[in-house]
Design a protein around this ligand. Structure first.
Ligand SMILES: Nc1ncnc2c1ncn2[C@@H]1O[C@H](COP(=O)(O)OP(=O)(O)OP(=O)(O)O)[C@@H](O)[C@H]1O
Length: 228
């Protein structure tokens, strides 16, 4: 599903973010990517969604070598990968319905299929009664569920979440984790970068720990750190 081989990434300013990364993530896995600030977690995510290119090495997603992708093929890749961020990134002037519908319009979904799919997605994230609301009328957790719904609208094989609970209180955090587990249970691979040790230590999954641009630990049902 996701295969990173001998990845080295140096940004234009000379900062080496990743030294030698080899990661294989299989179908339907749920993986936490953990590590201190600046370790390289977001860079790994940006490589998977082809927001940045590696300096050396190869990234395969769903069998496609991202190094071979032309710019105009990137939207096709993004259809297969949903992405959720810490700060939700919703359109504040649009309703919840429109926020999700927009994600389908940009990938060229036929008009008659948009409304039914938006309603399905709202059901998935348990926000059917909020379709007409604007994002500011929703709680932080509900806004993040909209963002997850939007990411899932194209039925991607992979959902990437970069610190999705970073702005949420503990109770809301567990509800979001429930939504992500549900999505994974239905067959989507989930890759989540997080600093939240409570989540990682309580909701046991595979843990890939990054430090200083290297994988320092890769464990099934791992902990946040060795000390935890
Ligand atoms: N666009 C960029 N240009 C230059 N350097 C960058 C860029 N993005 C990240 N870096 C550097 O690359 C290194 C890894 O950053 P990255 O954002 O991947 O870390 P992270 O583990 O996600 O950190 P955090 O937990 O704080 O989000 C850091 O030293 C960072 O300063």
């Amino acid at each position: 599903m996701i295969n990173m081989q001998r990845i080295q990434k140096t940004y234009q300013n000379g900062v080496q973010a990743l030294s030698n990364i080899n990661i294989h993530i299989g179908k339907e896995e749920f993986v936490y990517v953990v590590g201190p600030s600046g370790a390289g977690k977001s860079t790994i995510i940006k490589l998977i969604i082809r927001e940045v290119k590696p300096t050396e090495g190869t990234v395969h997603v769903n069998g496609t070598n991202l190094g071979d992708l032309r710019k105009k093929q990137i939207p096709y890749l993004r259809r297969k990968i949903g992405v959720v961020f810490q700060d939700f990134k919703l359109f504040h002037k649009s309703s919840i319905f429109e926020n999700i519908a927009f994600a389908l319009e940009v990938i060229g979904e036929p008009t008659d299929r948009i409304k039914p799919r938006v309603m399905e997605v709202l059901k998935l994230v348990k926000l059917k009664d909020k379709a007409r609301c604007k994002p500011r009328e929703l709680s932080g957790g509900e806004q993040q569920r909209v963002a997850i719904g939007r990411a899932m609208a194209s039925k991607p094989a992979i959902l990437i979440a970069d610190e999705p609970t970073g702005n949420l209180d503990p109770e809301t955090t567990w509800s979001i984790m429930g939504t992500l587990e549900d999505i994974n249970y239905r067959g989507t691979t989930v890759v989540m970068a997080t600093h939240n040790s409570h989540i990682v230590n309580n909701l046991k999954k595979r843990v890939i720990a990054i430090d200083n641009g290297n994988v320092v630990r890769d464990e099934m049902r791992g902990a946040y750190s060795y000390e935890a």
